[in-house]
Design a protein around this ligand. Structure first.
Ligand SMILES: Cc1cc2nc3c(=O)[nH]c(=O)nc-3n(C[C@H](O)[C@H](O)[C@H](O)COP(=O)(O)OP(=O)(O)OC[C@H]3O[C@@H](n4cnc5c(N)ncnc54)[C@H](O)[C@@H]3O)c2cc1C
Length: 488
């Protein structure tokens, strides 16, 4: 079933958007679809078998999309299971904009470069030329992912929630998904868990942990939303010129406003929010954290990186998670009402969109072959099997821990933190890899998750071609690896 696509061909296909190829023309016949009428036995019933794949990726966020595209690009018949109806995960469904910079020199892996080029090809000027942040647009990003999947030949199964998995010894054979038709099955040789919540890994008994070992808390969640109708030049004049806020060094159309009362850094908008607490128009919780970014291609619209929902609502508790939605929606109304009334530029603003996925910064993380810890950050650890490098700061909301590396410093993420001893054909990619709570607070940013996913995809295809279990792959021996370790 392995049909290798050369690197040159893939880049050629990736550029097809620029010349306006219709997406319908780009969708290839499925390589993974199971024979019609095939079933498997699950919970005493016959369940339709939808796909019989080489690689099955569960979760289509920055990590999962990268894994699927790179597995397919390297010749594997690949299925991507996503419970929403858009790829991009938090970046699209959670409205998380922009991609933060890694602060590590030359950290862009080939796939990250493709995504950046695709943004440009689709008219999104992602580069503010100052901060290194990648300013995206959610609707463009989801289109790019659809197109890249079509070009690489990935079968996407949308509106499909992974619910269970069947295991034979130390191998997953099949995953069970909930679809519009009912339960269905996907069989595969290799599985990638990119659910963000290590859902598949936990379902098959890979050990995991959640929250901060010292407090038991998860990082707080946020319920992001967009506000439209903003007079951006007026807002810029007020915040950047009148208040002289220099937090965001970039200029319109790439512009950010922010305040975070718990930080030692004092923000110029803090006073405005504090006045709201005094007047009773907003609560202390609502005033605590407020941040907004322009969205390139949506003039007058900002993505609001707030409200930050109180830490008592845990991302790992289904009932508290649900309560957080209701609580957060109320906070959205209060904050937006207050900004419309008091922040120059927001006079005619309105809520344009609520995220369709709550913003969980951290939930569960696997305990894999290598467990990354805070010392790896401070020691700037290097690994022969490194798949990515980053220096994004340790940004543990809730615990109010924030630590930075010296300029130019970085640490690497080893392939061994993506795999476990327990399951031979499972790779975990994205924010739920094997890392401590504190270390995860640094590695969780989107560009790093993309590079991790890219490596997971390449390693999956490599393991099949070479008949080696993914948890035995020696990344440093993979000839077309996307990242090569750089010694100190
Ligand atoms: C509020 C907030 C602000 C942030 N700000 C930034 C920022 O400014 N810049 C930045 O770079 N990063 C930021 N991050 C971090 C970054 O967005 C995430 O860490 C990153 O998106 C993680 O990528 P991922 O692919 O591991 O998981 P996710 O983005 O969480 O994607 C997981 C995907 O899996 C799917 N899924 C989950 N379970 C199942 C299932 N059972 N079946 C099928 N599909 C499933 C989900 O629908 C989703 O599409 C922020 C995060 C949050 C929460």
């Amino acid at each position: 079933m392995l049909l290798p696509i050369s690197r040159r061909d893939f880049f050629k296909l990736a550029g097809a958007a620029a010349v306006g190829t219709l997406l319908s023309d780009r969708i290839k016949p499925s390589r993974a679809q199971a024979a019609s009428g095939s079933t498997i036995r699950y919970a005493d019933r016959d369940v339709p078998l939808l796909f019989d794949a080489d690689v099955c990726v569960c979760g289509g966020g920055p990590a999962g999309a990268a894994a699927a595209i790179n597995a397919a690009k390297n010749g594997a018949a690949t299925v991507l299971i996503e419970k929403g109806i858009a790829l991009g995960g938090l970046a699209v469904l959670g409205d998380v904009i922009p991609c933060m910079q890694t602060f590590a020199p030359d950290s862009d892996t080939p796939y990250v470069k493709i995504i950046k080029q695709q943004l440009l090809d689709h008219g999104i000027d992602y580069d503010d030329k100052v901060t290194g942040q990648v300013w995206t647009n959610p609707e463009t990003l989801s289109l790019i992912y659809d197109e890249l999947c079509a070009d690489a030949g990935v079968d996407i199964l949308y509106n499909a929630t992974l619910v269970d998995a069947l295991v034979d010894g130390d191998r997953i054979t099949t995953v069970i998904v909930q679809t519009i038709e009912g339960l269905a099955a996907v069989r595969s040789k290799v599985f990638v868990d990119a659910t963000g919540d290590a859902y598949l890994a936990r379902a098959v008994g890979v050990p995991s942990e959640r929250g901060y070992e010292k407090t038991g808390n998860n990082q707080p969640m946020s319920f992001r939303f967009e506000m439209g109708g903003i007079d951006l030049p007026k807002l810029y004049k007020y915040v950047a010129v009148k208040l002289k806020e220099d937090w965001c060094k970039s200029k319109l159309p790439h512009f950010e406003i922010a305040e975070a009362m718990h930080r030692t850094q004092r923000y110029k908008l803090e006073e405005l929010m504090a006045r709201g607490v005094e007047s009773g128009e907003i609560t202390q919780e609502e005033a605590e954290y407020m941040q907004a970014y322009t969205i390139i291609g949506k003039d007058g619209t900002m993505s609001m990186n707030c409200p930050e929902i109180p830490i008592k609502f845990r991302s790992t508790d289904p009932i508290e998670y649900s309560k957080a939605v209701t609580y957060g929606r109320r906070m959205i109304r209060d904050i937006s009402k207050y900004l419309i009334k008091h922040l120059p530029g927001f006079e005619h603003a309105y809520i344009a969109r609520e995220a369709v996925m709550l913003g969980a910064r951290e939930s569960w993380r696997i305990l894999g072959k290598y467990y990354l810890v805070e010392d790896d950050y401070h020691n700037q650890s290097r690994f022969p099997d490194a798949v990515a490098r980053t220096a994004w700061f340790i940004d543990a909301h809730g615990e109010k821990i924030s630590e930075k590396l010296p300029r130019g410093g970085f640490y690497e993420i080893p392939y061994r933190s993506l795999v476990s001893d327990r399951i031979g054909n499972l790779i975990v990619a994205g924010r739920c890899i094997s890392a401590s709570f504190i270390l995860q607070a640094s590695m969780r940013i989107q560009l790093t998750c993309m590079s991790i996913g890219e490596a997971a995809g390449i390693a999956s295809a490599y393991s099949i071609k070479n008949g080696v279990a993914v948890n035995e792959v020696q990344w440093e021996r993979v000839p077309n690896r996307s990242y090569v370790s750089q010694p100190k």
